[in-house]
Ligand binder design. Structure first.
Ligand code: HEC
Length: 290
């Protein structure tokens, strides 16, 4: 096998191994960053929903207490305002979602669908779980979710959610007696679930990865070309000439012009010693002849 081929095979091996290692490390980092970013925006949205809830509960509900005797105003309900505010956000960002998914809700739109009910049941079965996070496929692409349990820790909640008799008549007028009752103190009745799309940050990570790998590949190829040129000029070509010279001398062509190489590197030294060897051989021949 030619020297240049051997050299290129080794270089290709290092190139492929290096590229694979760099690719592995950089994709792990980029993907982790993208996932952190997704989790961070989901956390922020969850906090915004909680803030809307506590604003309604703390500031709006007390103002409209008397009004509830005449008509029921869902605007006083924390769950309603958080859902409404988020629905407004969804007009611009339909792939984001917030839901107070409940197994037996007062408002049917809050009823937990299958995958949400699974999460609620996980919270119900394990009271210590404070948060569940995960990924799932949706019609608009893959989606990341954070879920937190909705627990009845305040007895005041039971006024409207325990029995039809206990609830304000205006509530029954509006929502009917069928849903949202029978909740118990300390029961996990549902889960707050924020869903955010994973596509945009992951696509961005993929683009950054592609660009990084292309430029790393280009640098490797440029280094490969440079090394080939250097190897050709400094080693392959002079050694080739030297070997032709030595070959011809060995076949008895003693008069051919000397291979001149002025450099002081190893090949220069070798060229001079082969030259000297030829001179000694010519002298030896002359001595034999005389
Ligand atoms: C004055 C009556 C009233 C009280 C008190 C009340 N709720 Fe509600 N709650 C409602 C009504 C009405 C809805 C439905 C609102 C809507 O239309 O979205 C509701 C909805 C909810 C929902 C969303 C799921 C569903 O049932 O539609 C949750 C969760 C919830 N309430 C939890 C609580 C908690 C926790 C408390 C105590 C801190 C509480 N509620 C106190 C009347 C009440």
């Amino acid at each position: 096998m030619k020297l240049l081929l051997k050299f290129n095979l080794i270089f290709l091996l290092i190139f492929a191994g290096g590229l694979a290692a760099i690719g592995q490390v950089s994709w792990t980092l980029l993907e982790r960053n993208a996932r952190d970013e997704i989790a961070q925006s989901a956390g922020l949205l969850m906090d915004a929903a909680l803030a809307t809830r506590s604003y309604t509960q703390g500031q709006i509900a007390p103002l409209l207490q008397t009004q509830l005797k005449y008509t029921f105003l869902p605007q006083t309900i924390a769950a309603y305002s958080a859902t409404e505010v988020f629905n407004d956000v969804r007009k611009k960002h339909p792939e984001y979602a917030y839901k107070e998914a409940v197994l037996n809700p007062t408002n049917p739109r809050d009823r937990a669908v299958e995958w949400e009910a699974d999460i609620v049941n996980q919270f119900r079965n394990n009271k210590d779980t404070a948060e569940i996070i995960g990924d799932r496929d949706t019609p608009t692409g893959r989606s990341f979710y954070i879920a937190r349990p909705l627990r009845i820790s305040n007895p005041a909640c039971l006024q409207c959610h325990s029995t039809v008799e206990a609830a304000p008549p205006t509530l029954i007028e509006r929502y009917g007696p069928a849903n949202g009752f029978g909740w118990q103190l300390n029961e996990t009745i549902g889960a707050q679930i924020i869903s955010v799309p994973t596509k945009v940050p992951l696509d961005r990570a993929q683009k950054a990865f592609n660009l990084f790998m292309t430029s790393t590949g280009t640098v490797f190829v440029a280094i490969g070309i440079m090394l080939n040129v250097m190897l050709w000029l400094l080693v392959i070509r002079p050694v080739g000439k030297l070997s032709t010279f030595a070959d011809r001398v060995s076949l008895g062509e003693l008069e051919i012009p000397e291979y001149k190489r002025t450099s002081n590197d190893e090949i220069g030294v070798l060229a001079r010693s082969i030259g000297r060897m030829r001179t000694s051989m010519v002298q030896a021949m002359k001595m034999l002849d005389s």
